[in-house]
Design a protein around this ligand. Structure first.
Ligand code: ADP
Length: 587
């Protein structure tokens, strides 16, 4: 009997860990690992660029609560996939990157795709290991567990060609149980419960850490019992339904400015929450934060003395018990102010959404898409996943599309990473729609339509992945919100744009294309057709509604190229990233 190859042992270790999907892009010699994995029943989703594959693995982790796995070649493959390392680290998503490398005896000789990946990635990962033939299962298990346990993050395994192609010994299987969940110090829980009870204007902030922790049931219990208003962060949307009466998302600024005691469940006081600082926040606010990571507590304007280390599910249930049926009296000036602000903002948004002009506005575009999708699949069904990126597209669509269930909205996240969209859509498809023996015998209700709302610039980062979707029969519906530029288009009509282009080509210093200019009305929908998908061009609400309906029902990837007002977003300020300026709007 022949001994198993390193590739077979690597695939076996991944299989033993329960890995169902690997995202990647193969070459020599990692292709052998992918083939061995496929033979064991693991899905290998082959991308067109390692960057998108690595992003997909990180989003898969967020959606499933287990590390996402990505396999790439050494050297350039690692460099491209490093994007996923940064993304996983910034978002606290568990991510295992496996990469090939040149033969150990050829190191420093200028070998094929030679690179010292361990030195490169060590500062950016929780652990980076070079595996030997003997240590394959131990290193893979260790890296997988390290990515997953504690706060999620990236791990890396370097697999030299001689390890992949060598012959090794079968060794025992390794199983990694779900991470243990810690409770918090009972004295601290009592103190925080007391503070919440004494608050005049309490607020709960629900972040994407709560979504990742799958803590929706107990957080719902907390809010239903106490009636405290809550505010979701962009990816915390859906942990509690947007339609919940305690949701203050449409009065965000008023809520942050007015709250005197804030309980944060799975969010960080970073740029997304304006660092917890005045003037966005009340200067006298007391912030009680729950986090799995002790280092997070007391960061920026957080109060370390009110921080609770532990798992959100466990700590929230401790708080529910300590609050003992207490309920916030909602007839306070704070709640009145929230209601007034929400009514005003909602009325304004509803009016803007119906403004009809051609080219269409962002608001009208999203309104048409939403109305059409809701007619086909009401939000309470939870059968649509929204992936949204591109500065304005993401920002404006966030409030336009209600989310009623957890983990149904993905966006550029903590790193504001543009270009994640198509990889994330493939991850959502893999997490929710891949047929499995269990799924095929049960109801199909959990199958979800993946809808991408992509700015034209964001779409450009990874548009080749539309072919990946087509190859795997993924019926993703992609809207490219096309205003001809990064942030905004730089010209109002094609004649002016052509003149700008001419000036640039002729080398004129002034009057040429801007650094943010993209092509005039680029026909992005054609990208869908290259792999057997369908493309639509939509300029009017009628064309958009028709394309949305047909696209939603299609069984192939669809790209709807929506031509919107170029320059429409120029008036928007980006002050929400910056505390020193005034805010542009509630979001
Ligand atoms: P958002 O982008 O929604 O503001 P962040 O990514 O900034 O959210 O914050 C999520 C936080 O949730 C991180 O600090 C992370 O450590 C924390 N977290 C993740 N999982 C858990 C868990 N199971 N229990 C407690 N905290 C968690």
């Amino acid at each position: 009997m022949t001994s198993p190859t390193g590739a077979a042992l690597i695939a076996r270790a991944l299989h033993e860990l329960g890995i169902k999907v690997i995202f990647g892009l193969v070459g020599i010699p990692v292709v052998q690992i992918a083939e061995e994995a496929i033979a064991l029943g693991i899905r290998f989703i082959a991308f067109r660029n390692e960057q998108a594959a690595s992003y997909a693995a990180t989003a898969y982790a967020y959606l499933t609560g287990r590390p996402g796995v990505c396999l790439v070649v050494g050297g350039p493959g690692v460099l491209h996939a490093m994007a996923g390392i940064g993304n996983a680290s910034a978002n606290a998503f568990p991510f295992l990157l496996l990469a090939g490398s040149s033969e150990t005896h050829l190191v420093t000789k200028g070998a094929f795709q030679e690179m010292d990946a361990i030195s490169l990635l060590s500062p950016h990962t929780k652990i980076s290991i070079r595996s030997s033939l003997d240590s394959i299962p131990e290193s893979i298990t260790n890296a997988y567990k390290t990515a997953w346990y504690g706060r999620g993050g990236p791990s890396f395994i370097d697999l030299p060609a001689d390890v992949i192609q060598g012959e090794g010994e079968n060794s025992g299987a390794y199983v990694v149980p779900d991470p243990p969940k810690a409770a918090s110090d009972p004295d601290k829980i009592r103190k925080v419960a007391q503070l919440i009870k004494s608050a005049k204007a309490p607020l709960v902030i629900v972040g994407k850490g709560a979504a990742y922790a799958q803590a929706e049931v107990v957080i719902r219990e907390l809010i239903d019992q106490t009636k405290i208003p809550f505010l979701p962060t962009p990816m915390g949307k859906g942990v509690l339904p947007d339609s919940h009466p305690s949701n203050t998302a449409t009065a965000r600024s008023t809520a942050l400015k007015g709250a005197d005691v804030v309980l944060i469940l799975g969010a960080r006081l970073n740029w997304i929450l304006h660092f917890g600082d005045n003037p966005k926040w009340n200067s006298a606010v007391q912030i009680c934060q729950v986090d799995i990571s002790g280092e997070e507590l007391g960061r920026n304007n957080g109060d370390a003395a009110l921080g609770m280390i532990g798992d959100i599910k466990v700590v929230t249930s401790q708080l529910v018990a300590a609050l003992g049926g207490w309920q916030y009296n909602t007839s306070t000036p704070f709640v009145k102010a929230l209601k007034a602000s929400a009514e005003k903002n909602e009325a304004k948004a509803a009016k803007t959404a119906k403004v009809d002009k051609i080219p269409m506005t962002y608001a009208r575009t999203f309104d048409v898409i939403k109305e059409t999708i809701h007619r086909l699949s009401p939000p309470e069904d939870g059968s649509v996943v929204y992936v949204s990126e591109g500065a304005n597209t993401m920002d404006i669509s966030r409030s336009a599309f209600p989310v009623e269930h957890p983990r149904l909205r993905l966006d550029a996240g903590t790193y504001a990473t543009m270009g994640v969209g198509l990889g994330y859509a493939i991850a959502a498809h893999a997490a929710y729609n891949l047929p499995s023996p269990e799924a095929s015998s049960g109801p199909k209700a959990s199958r979800k339509k993946i809808v991408c709302l992509e700015g034209d610039s964001a779409f450009g980062f990874s548009l080749a992945e539309v072919e990946t979707m087509a190859r795997y029969g993924m019926d993703t519906l992609i809207f490219v919100i096309n205003n001809g530029g990064v942030y905004h288009g730089d010209s109002e009509d094609s004649d002016k744009w052509l003149q700008m282009q001419k000036n640039t080509i002729e080398g004129k210093a002034n009057g040429g294309l801007r650094s943010s200019s993209l092509g005039w009305e680029v026909r992005y929908e054609k990208v869908a057709e290259m792999g057997g998908g369908k493309g639509y061009l939509a300029r009017t609400p009628g064309e958009l509604a028709k394309a949305t309906e047909e696209g939603f029902k299609a069984t192939v990837p669809v790209v709807v190229n929506v031509i919107i007002e170029a320059g429409a977003a120029q008036k928007l300020e980006f002050a929400w990233q910056n505390n020193s300026k005034k805010t542009k709007k509630e979001s």
